[in-house]
Design a protein around this ligand. Structure first.
Ligand code: SAH
Length: 228
């Protein structure tokens, strides 16, 4: 009996130590990669400290989950570098009551980060296998305010429009007009614009009094926005 109790204590403490390690890794990631590069928004920083990035990457990459780079998630796709996730999140200036739309669910990581801040997140993925794995992951981790869909995100998700914020995580040659239509007046969209695998620009699109303005922010490299 005593042996069993000792065994349980050892097991539980080794599990919590494992969790602590990832928590430390996450705090270091936020400090060294994100705050140091100028991200100051507390909501974004807290979301990045909370979301367990290592649970969104394939098992063989878990030990690299908090590294300063994008990671492969299968099907030729990638989960963005943590700094880029934080940068795009901060730019959107999400409020607690906001509704956000994401195009390119991928692993579901960016959707989880948004869901820590906003009221609801609608996210669309074109590759069925990724849609399925991300949906399962988000449900396992109890992100009840994330809604997933397997479709071509070019057309947005009309049913729940308009959105306070739209984030596109695949590089498109153009800003899809349906997404501009589905952006709320006063809303913000962030989208990488440019040719596949060439240098692209993160573009901020803002709609004010029915007028749409764009602003180029940062050179980036994203996987291509594909069409069905
Ligand atoms: N946000 C993701 C990273 C995604 S990588 C994450 O946090 O993990 C870009 C994703 O966009 C890929 O999964 C790709 O399949 C998807 N994608 C590309 N074109 C798309 C389109 N037209 N509609 C929806 N998803 C698209």
């Amino acid at each position: 009996m005593r042996l069993l109790i000792i065994l349980i204590i050892v097991l539980v403490s080794s599990c919590t130590k494992g969790q602590d390690k990832y928590k430390t890794d996450r705090n270091n990631m936020v400090r060294q990669q994100i705050e140091r590069r100028g991200i100051r928004d507390e909501k974004t920083l807290n979301a990045m400290r909370r979301v367990e990035r290592h649970k969104f990457v394939p098992s063989y990459l878990v030990s690299s989950a908090y590294n300063d780079r994008p990671l492969a998630i299968g099907h030729g796709q990638t989960i963005s570098q943590p700094y880029i996730v934080a940068y795009m999140t901060e730019i959107l200036e999400l409020e607690k009551a906001d509704k956000a739309l994401e195009i390119g669910t991928g692993s579901g990581y960016q959707a989880a980060v948004l869901a820590e801040i906003a009221d609801s997140v609608f996210t669309i993925e074109i590759i069925e296998a990724l849609y399925e794995s991300a949906t399962q992951k988000l449900s396992e981790l109890e992100y009840k305010n994330v809604y997933t869909k397997n479709a071509d995100g070019y057309f947005g998700w009309e049913e729940h429009a308009p959105y306070d914020a739209i984030i596109v995580t695949a590089a498109s040659e153009i800003i899809p007009p349906p997404l501009i239509d589905q952006l709320k007046d006063g809303g913000k969209m962030i989208i990488p614009v440019g040719s596949p695998f060439m240098n692209q620009m993160l573009v901020l699109v803002e709609k004010k009094n029915g007028k749409t303005t764009t602003q180029s922010l940062l050179p980036v490299r994203f996987v291509p926005f594909t069409r069905k």
